[in-house]
Design a protein around this ligand. Structure first.
Ligand code: SF4
Length: 259
């Protein structure tokens, strides 16, 4: 299994500010470019405009490891993230670092945007303790998916000047890419469900159309990327719960077919 694009720490020198919009308001719109324009940090364009992975693929595709070894590796990784101070603004507003959590190896990895102020930032577990987390976990349970891993593009809660959730900046996403890459290398999924357009664009590329409603998954370098709406988008009534449940059933069938 390969990564569809580089997940290495970015080199953009711009520091993020606390000004911004709420995450819920822009979950289904493309992330604004906040100064890291052109080729996103950590990516290398090829001559065909495709992107190549800077991560040594052997770290991801090596021989299968016993579950116990993966669990130990995940525990160590989670501990190593706790002192991360790469993003100045997020260090000031987060309550804690919220690493990815779930089964390793995983059949499906869910990637959201960032821990929520009332969710992961409070509980320490991504997608827990708030309405988005409740909906996501209910859908996973109903769909019969068992071995899942849940994480975000960034591991610290971004807030605006008024203390509300905001979207992470391109720089913050780039800074946390190494953590996402490390989680992927331990979870070793065949399918990554991208929750919202921001996660989709980060993994499938900015040019890839985001079409969760009956849309087809993209297969890039052996990794199946599955587009889905973010649960917050569904919770605010922009997409029917029944359709969302159908999307999860489709994801579950896809996972069963790939196993
Ligand atoms: S968002 Fe990621 S890279 Fe930035 S401080 Fe938090 S853990 Fe570190």
């Amino acid at each position: 299994m390969k990564f569809p694009k580089a997940l290495s720490a970015g080199k953009c020198s711009e520091k993020c500010s606390l000004a911004g919009s709420s995450a819920a308001a822009s979950i289904e719109t493309a992330p604004p470019d906040r100064g890291c324009s052109g080729v996103p940090p950590g990516e290398a364009p090829t001559e065909q405009g495709k992107r190549v992975c800077e991560v040594p693929i052997s770290t991801i595709t090596g021989a299968p490891l016993p579950t116990r070894k993966l669990e130990v590796a995940l525990r160590r990784l989670r501990a190593s993230m706790q002192d991360c101070t790469r993003c100045d603004a997020l260090v000031r507003c987060r309550s804690r670092v919220v690493p990815g959590d779930g089964s390793v190896p995983a059949d499906v990895v869910f990637v959201g945007i960032a821990p929520g102020r009332l969710g992961g930032d409070r509980t320490g577990i991504p997608f827990s303790g708030d309405r988005s987390g409740q909906l996501l976990r209910r859908m996973i349970e109903r769909s019969g998916l068992k071995r899942v891993f849940i994480t975000n593009l960034v591991r610290c809660n971004p807030r605006d000047a008024a203390g509300r959730n905001r979207d992470p900046t391109a720089d913050e996403i780039a800074q946390c890419r190494g953590h996402l890459r490390a989680e992927f290398s331990i979870a070793r999924p065949r399918i990554v469900a991208c929750l919202g357009v921001m996660a989709w664009k980060e993994l499938a590329g900015r040019a890839a159309p985001f079409t969760p409603m009956g849309g087809r998954p993209a297969e890039i370098d052996g990794l199946v990327l599955f587009p889905m709406y973010h649960p917050a988008f569904v919770n605010r009534g922009a997409y029917p719960i029944r359709s969302y449940a159908r999307d999860f059933a489709r994801l579950s069938r896809l996972s069963a077919g790939i196993r």
